[in-house]
Write a protein that binds this ligand. Structure first.
Ligand SMILES: Nc1ncnc2c1ncn2[C@@H]1O[C@H](COP(=O)(O)OP(=O)(O)O)[C@@H](O)[C@H]1O
Ligand SMILES: [Mg+2]
Length: 277
């Protein structure tokens, strides 16, 4: 098995003394859609900042595509891992949308036609074509978030990491976000999303990591989010689909549907079966 990320016994203490990570051991498969779930303060953001070398391990190891994260490899790791911060205003700073998205490729000293191509592709992926000359601070929050994602996509990172991408997005923004992420994942990139949104994780992820209080509580398929003990222990709640189907044991299910569409299909199937009997 090939891993994009391998973390072994990672511990990290912030400057003010807060021990945010207390021995995290975790592997993330190449090409996976991984959700890192946990309540506020669990250590998600601190963990993500270790994935692209912004933080270097104080204890334990972090390997990205087999390469150990340390001062020597920092630059290579930054090129492999694109991190989208929670707040686009920490990331989007150029005068126009176009400049912002092209900033990374220009900084990597790519030839001009390659810069153009990448910026265009990235803007298309997040559906911001036509807004190239806008000033980012004239855009909505959701649009600025998409500018931040495009800026990272333009670097073509093998691993894309997003910190709480749902924060402050409206419902249509959330639907768009899933589409954008799925579009990128089709190309074989690894996508890692930190979130406390259990519904998103249940529907989107193929691998779920639950962290709490600086430690990994569990890792597995999205079905771990139907595990009563784990949900209670992690201070998360069941995804809506799980809540619904737990109330309907009489309709009989082996796997709880992961989305509204899957649920509708399942219920229709059951109803047709009833009619035939
Ligand atoms: N820059 C920082 N300085 C000091 N403490 C921090 C800093 N960032 C996070 N923390 C603390 O570390 C712990 C983990 O925080 P964080 O990684 O932000 O968790 P999450 O992203 O899951 O909410 C919390 O107790 C938080 O208050
Ligand atoms: Mg956070």
């Amino acid at each position: 098995m090939d891993f994009a990320v391998e973390i072994e016994d990672l511990a990290f203490r912030h400057k003010d003394g807060t021990q945010a990570l207390k021995g995290v051991t975790l592997k993330i498969k190449k090409g996976s859609r991984t959700a890192i779930l946990g309540p506020n303060g669990a250590g998600k953001s601190t963990l993500l900042l270790h994935l692209n070398g912004i933080y270097l391990p104080q204890h334990g190891t972090v390997k990205i595509m087999g390469l150990e994260s340390n001062r020597e490899n920092e630059k290579k790791i930054r090129q492999m891992v694109g991190l989208v911060f929670q707040d686009p205003d920490d990331q989007v700073f150029c005068t126009t949308v176009w400049e912002d998205v092209a900033f990374g490729p220009v900084n990597f000293n790519l030839p001009d036609d390659e810069v153009q191509r990448r910026a265009r592709q990235a803007l298309r992926a997040v559906k911001l074509e036509g807004l190239e000359q806008k000033m980012p601070f004239h855009l909505s929050y959701g649009q600025r978030k998409r500018v931040a994602i495009a800026g990272v996509l333009a670097l073509k990172p093998a691993i894309l990491v997003l910190d709480e991408p749902h924060a402050f997005l409206d419902p249509s923004g959330k639907v768009e976000l899933i589409k954008i992420l799925n579009g990128i994942n089709v190309e074989g990139n690894t996508i890692i999303v930190a979130t406390h949104n259990v519904d998103f994780a249940y529907e989107w992820a193929d691998d779920v990591v639950i962290i709490k209080d600086g430690r990994v509580l569990a890792q597995g398929g999205p079905d771990i989010l139907a595990d009563e003990k784990l949900i209670n222990e992690s201070e998360l709640e069941y995804p809506v689909m799980v809540k619904l189907f737990r109330k309907l044991p009489e309709i009989g299910y082996n796997n709880i549907p992961r989305s509204v569409d899957e649920a509708a299909e399942f219920i229709r199937y059951k109803m047709n079966k009833l009619k035939k009997n």
